[in-house]
Design a protein. Sequence first.
Length: 453
Amino acid sequence: MTLTSYIILGALALFIFVGAYYFIVSLAGPKKIEEIENLISRGKYKDAIVLLNRLLEKDDRNMKAVYLLGLCHQKTGDYSNAILNYRRCTKIAKYSPETPEPEVRKRLADSQLSIGNYTEAKNEYLILTQVQPDNYENYYEVGRLFQRGGLQPKAIKFLTQSTRLNPSHSDSWCALGQAHFQMNNYQEARNALQTATQLAPSDANAHYYLGLTLRFLQDGDGALKALERALKDEDLKPRVILTRGLVMMDQKSYIQAVAEFQRALKLVEKNSDMFLQLHYMAAAAAELNRDMHTAIEHWEKLNAIKPDYRDVAQKLKQYSDFRTDDSIKDFMIASGAQFESVTRKLIENLGFSINQINMSRDTSITALVSETDAMKRANRRFYALFYLQRDLNTVSENQIREFHEQMKERGAQRGVFMTVGEFAPAAIEFAGNRPIELFDSAAIVDHVRGAMS
């Protein structure tokens, strides 16, 4: 044989060898993928990752291998690499029944959620609403993510679509109710949350938000019933009890409200934000009930933990005399009849005689009183309008303006306005140019003490 013949035969043999190699590889490929899938099904993700990387060294656009690699990383909690490989899938975009686009994008979105990439996750779910327009889950997830970002109108749009596609999905109704609640759409919130609780009677979160909503709709009894059902969730329990206490305050059941707040204090971490809030609300309810001993006790605990918490320091300052003087404490917690009796004596001690007296809600008294103009040595009667309030609310300019109008209507030449709280600067300025005498907490103490003796 000539040299040329040998060259031809060698080239032919090489061609046959290479062809046979790729033929064998093509047969072995599917088997290799099947073996890898078997490893994955048995939870041997690290072994599968090694084989998949070897496979991808030969063919880096093997869609199924890239997808399975992303899946293995996701299963092992390596979400960054999972995202990287799922994104490679979306770029290769050779979707098939084995690697459908919805499945790839769903896993990509879930991986984004796992590391807090909420915007990226939302974008994937938005694409999925186009890929699968009849799948309610995608609209639900988009709605929840808009809700998380505080974009309630957009959340409502997608959550509403989710309920239309699947009217029996209780989570969609619950989320929709929460979004409406955040928008102050209380009627719509109630309707959605009632549907949620009917579909899922054991959903404590739905009952909790229904209770919140009914409170703002001024249905206190309905709110308490809904909140009672939410108490079964131990994680929600402190917030549920807090809300129950607020409802009781709305109903003016202050003693029960204080008991609820104190009950919740036993369930929360000491010095936490919830702990501070519960002490504050317990003090507020006690103050409204004129149980100053309990109110001051809670304010003092707050002051020891966080001196600058809300208006606690101001409250303690305003009640400084009430914390040490028993007669002042008695005045604050006195019954309506006792309050009127003390006020009558206080008015008489100021040199007035009472013509008319009216009490409002056990917290304030208005009296038309008269005095003699001794300076003119005449028997001409001068009338004054007297007002006393025993709560700590700062007296506003509008209150003094209204008081001045009442003076005119009742023919009073002088006004006396007393409070155990303080006057706003604008209120003091307004009264300064008019015949109105103001007595704040510091100025009223001696007068109350004298009337109580």
